[in-house]
Design a protein around this ligand. Sequence first.
Ligand code: SF4
Length: 380
Amino acid sequence: MSTIKDLLSGFNTDLQNGLKYNLNKGKKLVGCVYPVYCPEELVTAAGMVPIGLMGSETRLSEAGNYFPPFMCSIVQSICEDGIQGRLKDLSMLMTPTVCDHLRALHQNFIAAVPGIPVEAIALPLNREVGGAVTFLEKRHKKLAAKLGEIAGITITDDMVREAIEVHNEHRAAMRDFVAVAKAYPHLISATDRNRVIVSQNYYDKAEHAAMVRELVAACWKEDKSSWTGKKIILSGVTGSLNRFVEILDENNVAVVWDDMLEGSHQFLRDVSLATGDPYRALANHFIGSEPSCLLYNPKKERGIILGGIAKDHAADGVIDIQITFCEPEDFDWPTMLKDLKLAQVPAIKLEMDLQGANYGKIETALQTFLDTLSESSVTA
Ligand code: SF4
């Protein structure tokens, strides 16, 4: 047990420590806002380290000069961190322009934080139109050339292929980790699960995969024990709010799966190298992304898929975490809730803000939700 706790404590979740750690290894760093939608493999191919950025609980002070108050706390806190000099060690920042708030971040970061080159990752949100793959392939090739300039190298196709393999190995390790977290909730708490997921933002992927593999191997040696608390699935953009995951632990809640953009969406599927062309592989991977609030999906299947996942994982219910002012999540919720109800999966939406949610209210809402979950609500 102590080995597992020791291994868990080795996963860094602090941005500043992560930047310093990689800089001390002589690495150049590239910030990847919403890493799930950034081609991080190209950064790895250039010999640099992708640093995932999903906002922080930093206090907002200057970002308000660049954003109206109704912009979400993820984009505001990334800009604030930039203004306060906390991102000064980045050689470049990549911002996928997948929602209005992220589009504003791209523009405003350029104005607010001169000195860090910012590259927009323009993604074809309608993935069904012809030409979406070709468009993305061409964009990624241009991006690789820019990253190569920063790194002082020419990125070859073989380098990209090798990087994809490294990232796929990391994805496989993370899939094993979430399986272990589900099997051993008495050893891996919601806080621990969150720690390992967040920490992937701050390490070279090969190094992180090795750390995760060691943790997973140590867990499998332990005895399983039955879980008497509730089992839930987290959905949304990010659930990486320290106090929120503590509340889950205090209420004996195990996270048996997640449908988070900062979570399983990052490692659920490998990038397939079947076509042989690494740029086409990266483009195809994005085109085949799972339904999320940020990607156009006329069938609105997120709730249907989530209902199936809840049954597969014998979950008692779904908690959808909504970041305040997040319109994409807000638009998805009514359809999701309807489909989850049809699937007889209890669900609740909890609204949070990175800069200080009303955790008293959240805890009360969570406890009320847990009380309503009957033992037989979902069967395996
Ligand atoms: S998807 Fe929502 S939380 Fe994410 S940047 Fe856009 S508005 Fe903010």
